[in-house]
Design a binder for this molecule. Sequence first.
Ligand code: ZN
Length: 67
Amino acid sequence: MTKMRGDVSCLICGRFLGVVERTDGHLRMVSPGSGGATPKMQGGTLRCSRCGGRAIVEESMDSLYAA
Ligand SMILES: [Zn+2]
């Protein structure tokens, strides 16, 4: 089982959308971001709930050790 954590941020508005945990290809929200913005899956891609822009997950080594 592979488990990774990552920070999700929006490429368009730059908002921090929260922290997600990925386990065997499944995404789960760990903690929400600031300003009520959340990532959402739409058409197979991760999108920002505020502006609808494309969101990306940045996996960090730090959180990998912490998990
Ligand atoms: Zn956005």
